[in-house]
Design a protein around this ligand. Structure first.
Ligand code: ADP
Ligand code: MG
Length: 572
């Protein structure tokens, strides 16, 4: 094909794709516009995951009637006049791209009124052009309705997820803006159901309660003192969790820079470093960190969706985040309850056990023991040689002997593998062993967890969980998979709900659930096992399909071959 310029219509749609990737991006742009307009109240209503309609209205300053058409022209903005302005600008928008982009991939209606005007101006926009214009009574502020998103861009439509998954992303997004702007009253209604409502009273802890649940909100520690300054004119504020409140992934770590929600690996590293030695391996804190910086020390114009920013002095930012969080943890962290030394005195291996208290006399131990040891079948199963248990080391490793040397088996990893395969097998043959709880267990949920309970209830039922929504941000558990009955039900369930929200990846949903159940019901490191229990566990492991790794992919055992032993002792 010869080189030819693309038709303007095609160019617009391609450019729009950079800004508007999915329904949540539309919500993001509209909410940012409302916040830039100084709104103290922002209402969002979405239908069918935003694919059928998105409506955002605010009580901000509105647009003068004669400027409305301009707002739909590419690169028309009221927020900066020159590139130099960007240096001092604190507005969320500045490129003048959002409204025109949205109007190229959806049908848009906008009504707006400024305080000075008697009546509101309304326009309908199709394919980027204003096709209808009129006046209408309207309160001060702006309302934008976006319908049939991507109907004219089938390629984009194909990549959207289910309406409930898209709605989940929108909920997460609005929660983040609510956390960044506690003084703004947010309301989000999804398919007629109120998903989020903040009071706008300016108290971040209240928004935390709405988004993450009351228990988490109460436990959180406030970062920084009012007026406290870090280096380079920076100031850090927000809330971080004590080490008793952790999550299985980093999705509960949130950053705002000059109130813009951003992602930053560097800042994530700073937070994780602040928690060094305080959290179990693989556990992450809940953190909402707001950083304010002189605008000229950041470049917000490096990412199409403005989700990443560049810092002029990364090390200053790293140190002020690290310093503020670390100080908070050292000064305010409640002393752990049961027999754990304060953080500074803990031995290196200590933190592994801090967040996952050892279940003394738990059914977890009985799990390891049951079923009773079976005699070794002739020609032992593929994968593992027959093993003879010699003892336990450090209450963590089973020492065993095989035909070719010594084996050290990680009791937790090994048991995880066994429970994981068992749980998956029971689920697949619809024969999950269920344990009803004598008393239903009420568990506080975050907003996201509540969402995924709604969509994942059936999956959970397949694994033996009987869970029902219970008022706002809570659920009632009536039954659990029998393997979990020993404890850790709340933690396991919350973690499953978190993982159900994660982006779809190579791991199947069923595996995610089984991994979490296994992890929470397996015997812990540090737990003393009797000889029979160890033998029972090793026998079960021998029967596993993949005995050499735990479901997370870590090894369940290390092997010291006879040859290696001979070499070590200079016998060869
Ligand atoms: P940007 O936000 O980068 O300026 P947009 O395309 O999002 O670009 O918006 C274009 C202009 O329309 C804004 O600069 C602003 O003047 C006006 N505008 C958009 N939404 C609103 C709103 N909710 N309230 C008041 N003015 C708005
Ligand atoms: Mg904008």
């Amino acid at each position: 094909m010869p080189i030819r310029p693309l038709a303007p219509d095609v160019v617009s749609k391609i450019a729009a794709g950079e800004v508007v990737e999915r329904p949540a991006s539309v919500v993001k742009e509209l909410v940012e516009n409302s916040l830039d307009a100084g709104a103290s109240q922002v209402n969002i209503e979405v239908k069918a995951g935003g694919m059928s309609s998105i409506r955002v209205w605010d009580n901000g300053v509105g647009m003068p009637g004669d400027e409305v058409d301009l707002a739909f022209q590419r690169h028309a903005t009221s927020k900066i006049a020159s590139l130099a302005d960007l240096d001092s600008s604190t507005s969320l928008g500045f490129r003048g791209e959002a409204l025109p982009s949205i109007a190229h991939v959806a049908e848009v209606e906008l009504v707006t009124r400024t305080r000075e005007e008697m009546s509101g101006t309304c326009v309908r926009v199709r394919d980027g052009t204003v096709v209808e214009r009129g006046t209408r009574a309207h309160p001060e502020g702006t309302a934008v309705t976006v319908r049939h998103l991507f109907r004219n861009v089938p390629a984009r439509l194909k990549y959207l997820k289910s309406p409930s998954a898209e709605a989940g992303q929108i909920t997460a997004l609005v929660s983040h803006y609510a956390l960044a702007f506690p003084e703004v009253r947010f309301s989000l209604v999804v398919d007629g159901r109120r998903a989020l409502q903040t009071s706008g009273n300016g108290k971040l802890r209240d928004v935390l309660a709405e988004v993450y649940g009351v228990q988490v909100a109460q436990a959180m520690l406030e970062v920084g003192r009012p007026g406290e300054e870090g280096g380079g004119g920076s100031a850090v504020s927000g809330y971080v969790s004590p080490s008793s409140v952790t999550r299985a992934n980093r999705s509960y770590i949130t950053f705002f820079v000059n109130r813009r929600w951003i992602q930053s690996r560097m800042m994530t590293r700073a937070v994780e470093k602040a928690y060094e030695g305080l959290l179990a391996v693989g556990r992450y804190p809940v953190a909402v960190i707001s950083l304010s910086l002189p605008p000229q020390t950041i470049d917000v114009n490096v990412h199409p969706a403005k989700r990443e920013i560049r810092f002029a002095q990364e090390s200053i930012v790293f140190n002020s985040v690290y310093g503020a969080v670390r100080r908070t943890l050292m000064e305010k962290m409640p002393v752990p309850e049961i027999g754990t030394a304060p953080p500074s005195q803990r031995p290196v291996a200590g933190p592994h056990f801090v967040a996952a208290p050892i279940n003394v006399a738990s059914t977890g131990m009985e799990q390891a023991a049951a079923p009773p040891p079976v005699p070794l079948e002739p020609g032992s199963p593929p994968g593992l040689p027959p093993l003879r248990v010699l003892g336990q080391s450090g209450n963590t490793y089973i020492v065993a002997e095989g035909p070719d040397g010594l084996y050290l088996i990680d009791q937790h990893a090994a048991h995880e593998r066994v429970v994981f395969e068992e749980v998956l097998a029971q689920q697949a043959r619809r024969g999950v062993e269920v344990q009803s709880l004598l008393e239903p267990l009420a568990i506080d949920l975050s907003l996201g967890q509540e969402e995924s309970l709604r969509t994942g209830q059936e999956t959970l039922a397949g694994f033996g969980f009987a869970v029902e929504p219970f008022g706002d941000r809570a659920c009632l558990v009536r039954a659990v998979p029998a393997v979990l009955a020993g404890g850790g039900i709340a933690e396991a369930l919350k973690e499953i709900l978190d993982r159900l929200q994660e982006e779809p990846e190579k791991v199947r949903v069923e595996e995610k659930v089984a991994i979490t159940v296994a992890c929470h019901s397996a015997v812990r490191a540090g737990q003393r096992l009797s000889h029979e229990e160890m033998v029972g566990l090793v026998r079960q492991l021998e029967k596993a399909a993949s005995p050499r790794t735990c479901p997370h992919g870590r090894p369940t055992m290390v092997h010291l071959s006879s040859g290696q032993l001979q070499r070590e002792f200079g016998r060869t």
